[in-house]
Design a protein around this ligand. Structure first.
Ligand code: F6R
Length: 615
């Protein structure tokens, strides 16, 4: 949700900033802009649309070389995507430029106050009030850091702000409340960005800023302060992935690359998680074993794809631990007064670790004294920082806006959490946990086998593109997989796609079926839980009888599904609870191929942003 970059040092600021924006474009692509300082002058270029528009405008502008600047890629909240509303925003005298990620909630009141003071606004954004306030405060003493401190004291909401001043040509000042900001430490140069991906080509040394901190960077150093002006510090760390993780690696889209990354990402997430005593090890734990034993209810909170990972996890947690588990969309959880106390474990799942709905739900849970365990792909992001225990997925950076490898690694991490709870509470013995883990560590090779046989999936997807509508059905853990398959298709192809619990069809949705409607059925293994298998085969017959064209995603050797469906996509055998790690994969490729056939932008679907830092 908006990507921001700042740079000061010896290189071309325009080059560093635009390169950083390219790596952050997944955060928003409604408009982009830069402000560059050179020889006491501030130059600003901004354009609606994708970064490519800004790059052409910069080429045309032929600006003088600058060594200090800021840049922004926008996901619009206040004001339509347009040149005018693109960031940076300038103070009325044109000497201060500011960019923003987040929402300033009291902008209306501040705007009224500034307008009464004679300030002229040139955009509809909430951000411009911060730029104008900063201009006014800077005029008072010519100190950008102090001016930023006074501005932050007036703002309510979520914001990361970066600012430069024409009269302070080597300084960038940043401020952070509820939105991410990291510092990149170079040799004679420093970077600021929403995400390390923006500067990873230049340095892997980073400082993560805490809540309510202000940072000032110059080529020589960085200084961190609290919003009260007192000296403070961020947490220094080394980023353990390199630039290749953020490149397409020969694939036509990031999404295809990330689908192919999945065997390694799941293997990495599982690797080394067991200690010598056979216990699953979490990354950060600020609660005791006794706290885990006292848990009598689990709530999973998440959004979108992460919510679907949570729905699968409910089946695993209840089966393995016998603790009641509820799953709720973060945006609903907070507003409906859920019953929580010290013996409730809230599991917050968030790839980015910054999703505002999940962060606010987490804080609500903590206010009610619940314990929070988070599962995140982003080390040091806000959600893990505010949790009592953390398990990181090791998917590496996910650039495609539609999530793939984050989903699979979330599932892997959630299974580990379920096993951890079962073990610590004495419900499962080490050898039982070991048996599930043996199955789990065999999964990455099976995912690789699924990926190797995608051609039939692609053919089916191209055929379905003509129909313009696809329904997904599943039972048990196949139901969340159906929801996820439909979400992928909606977000990539912009067509009607919906997932249903197969047993619910007859209660209404079956009326959607007409001649030729493509229905993808997630079929559980015919082994063991054959009742579940029988039931979905009946559901396949029900929709076929009404004209549907059924594609069954089923286990290799499932001859019954093959007889009843029009087409099958097979996956290797796996225990029922773990099967989503395999059955979700062809649905990802199905969505990519169908959307490609319709000419859609795969990595940057319309209206979306990867990291949703507004509620
Ligand atoms: C869909 C997708 C989104 C995210 C959701 C939560 O492909 O990527 O639905 O899953 O916005 O994001 P995180 O996991 O970062 O909290």
């Amino acid at each position: 949700m908006c990507g921001i970059v700042g740079y000061t040092g010896g290189r071309s600021a325009a080059g560093v900033v635009v390169d950083g924006l390219r790596r952050l474009e997944y955060r928003g692509y409604d408009s982009a802009g830069v402000a560059l300082i050179d020889d006491g002058e501030l130059h600003q270029v901004k354009r609606a649309g994708k970064l490519a528009n800004l790059e052409s405008a910069l080429d045309e502008a032929g600006l003088p070389e600058s060594r200090c600047g800021i840049g922004h890629t926008r996901w619009a909240t206040h004001g339509v995507p347009s040149d005018r509303n693109a960031h940076p925003h300038l103070s009325n005298d044109g000497r201060i430029a500011l960019i923003h990620n987040g929402i300033i909630e009291n902008f209306g009141q501040l705007r009224g106050e500034l307008e009464a003071d004679g300030v002229r606004f040139s955009s509809e954004t909430d951000t411009e009030v911060a730029a104008q306030l900063l201009g006014r405060e800077y005029a008072a003493d010519g100190d950008l850091t102090k001016a930023m401190t006074r501005v932050c004291a007036r703002l309510e909401g979520a914001f990361t702000l970066l600012a430069v001043a024409a009269d302070d040509p080597h300084t960038v000042v940043g401020a952070r409340r509820n939105s991410p900001l990291v510092v990149g430490i170079g040799d004679g140069e420093h970077f600021l960005a929403s995400d390390v991906a923006a500067f990873i080509a230049h340095t892997t040394e980073a400082v993560e800023l805490g809540q309510d901190q202000i940072v000032t960077i110059t080529p020589e150093g960085i200084a961190v302060r609290g919003f009260d002006g007192s000296p403070s510090e961020g947490r220094r760390y080394s980023v353990d992935w390199d630039i290749s993780a953020a490149e397409k690696g020969g694939y036509d889209t990031f999404m295809r690359k990330e689908i192919n990354d999945q065997p390694a990402a799941v293997a990495d997430t599982l690797r080394g998680r067991i200690d010598e005593a056979g216990q699953i090890v979490l990354d950060e734990v600020r609660m005791s074993d006794q706290d885990f034993r006292d848990i009598d209810k689990v709530f999973i909170i998440a959004c979108g794809t992460s919510y679907h990972a949570g729905l699968v996890t409910k089946y695993a947690i209840e089966h393995w631990t016998r603790i009641p588990c509820e799953v709720e969309l973060s945006s609903e959880f907070r507003y409906r007064d859920p019953v929580l106390d010290r013996s409730t474990l809230v599991v917050a799942i968030s790839q980015s670790g910054e999703t505002m709905d999940t962060l606010m739900a987490l804080r609500h849970a903590k206010d009610q004294k619940a314990r929070v365990l988070s599962i995140s792909n982003t080390v040091g992001s806000t959600i893990p920082r505010e949790s009592d225990a953390v398990l990181y997925t090791r998917a590496g950076i996910e650039v495609s806006v539609a999530s793939t490898k984050a989903f699979l690694t979330q599932l892997a991490a959630c299974y580990l959490v379920g096993l951890h709870l079962a073990q610590i509470r004495g419900i499962k013995y080490a050898d039982e946990v070991g048996a599930v883990l043996t199955e789990l560590v065999a999964v990455p090779d099976k995912i690789a086998a699924v990926i190797e046989h995608m051609e039939p999936v692609r053919k089916l997807a191209r055929e379905a593109a003509d129909f313009g509508r696809v329904l997904f059905i599943g039972r048990h853990v196949g139901y969340p997989v159906a929801l996820e398959g439909a979400l992928k298709l909606k977000e990539l192809a912009y067509i009607h796609a919906e997932g249903f619990a197969a047993g619910e069809l007859k209660h209404g949705p079956i009326s959607l079926i007409e001649d030729g409607t493509p229905v993808i059925a997630i079929v559980p293994s015919p082994r063991g839980r054959s009742l579940l298998h029988d039931k979905i085969v009946s559901n396949i017959q029900e929709v076929k009888a009404r004209g549907a064209k059924v594609i069954a995603v089923c286990e290799e050797g499932d001859d019954i599904a093959r007889v009843h469906a029009d087409d099958v996509i097979t996956t290797p055998a796996a225990p029922t609870l773990l099967a989503p790690l395999l059955t979700a994969v062809p649905l990802q490729e199905f969505a990519v191929e169908l959307a490609t056939a319709l000419g859609r932008d795969i990595d940057q679907p319309r209206n979306l942003a990867k990291s949703v830092t507004v509620e």
